[in-house]
Design a protein around this ligand. Sequence first.
Ligand code: UP5
Ligand code: MG
Length: 191
Amino acid sequence: QVNPDAEIVFVLGGPGSGKGTQCERIVEKYGFGHFSAGDLLRAEVASGSEMGKELEEIMKEGKLVPSSVTIKLLKKAIATADGTKFLIDGFPRALDQAEEFEKEVIPCKMVLFFDCPQDVMEERLLKRAETSGRADDNIETIKKRFDTFVNASMPVIEHFEKVDKVAKISAVPAPEEVFVEVSKVMDTQFA
Ligand code: UP5
Ligand code: MG
């Protein structure tokens, strides 16, 4: 079961905004545990299971997998990990997912939102496509991921803004410059 003292940070932002990149740095500097919902799903796909095959189809369309799947994977990861401070990267991606997670697992302490224009994200993803091997790093799927982000995921950020839990950071500068701003937020929140 999840430790009720666990402190959860949702790390959100569009496809290619740099969530994973910044999470790596936070882990290194602040000793958080890091769980990427997308990485957990890709591991399930790689396992070759029946469920993995279904997930693969959904992800190729840039759509959202059922929250029962992501919440189960995340809950297990958090419950079995050491430590009490966790980054949840790329989840929740829709309002009902946020509500369900906070009800069934634990409320989040705050949200880090990496704000990035679509043209910048597209350029990064197309560049990464040359080496990533990710099935969703192609222009058709990238466009669909952007649509899903705008329509389903932005309302999550708006919801947490209303309750004053969002730290919005521009993801446009170089990674080390973005991390300077991230560090300011982390130093304040986790002093
Ligand atoms: N890069 C990073 N920062 C940079 C910077 N400041 N300047 C220049 N370049 C920068 O970065 C992307 C690329 O940009 C890299 O090459 C990096 O070097 C460079 P990365 O840190 O990987 O960005 P990130 O935001 O993590 O991008 P990612 O592609 O992982 O985001 P997505 O949100 O699209 O992917 P995710 O893995 O979270 O989800 C994939 C799919 O899984 C979803 O589309 C969906 O189908 C499914 N999913 C669900 O259904 N539910 C979930 O809860 C989660 C996922
Ligand atoms: Mg990522």
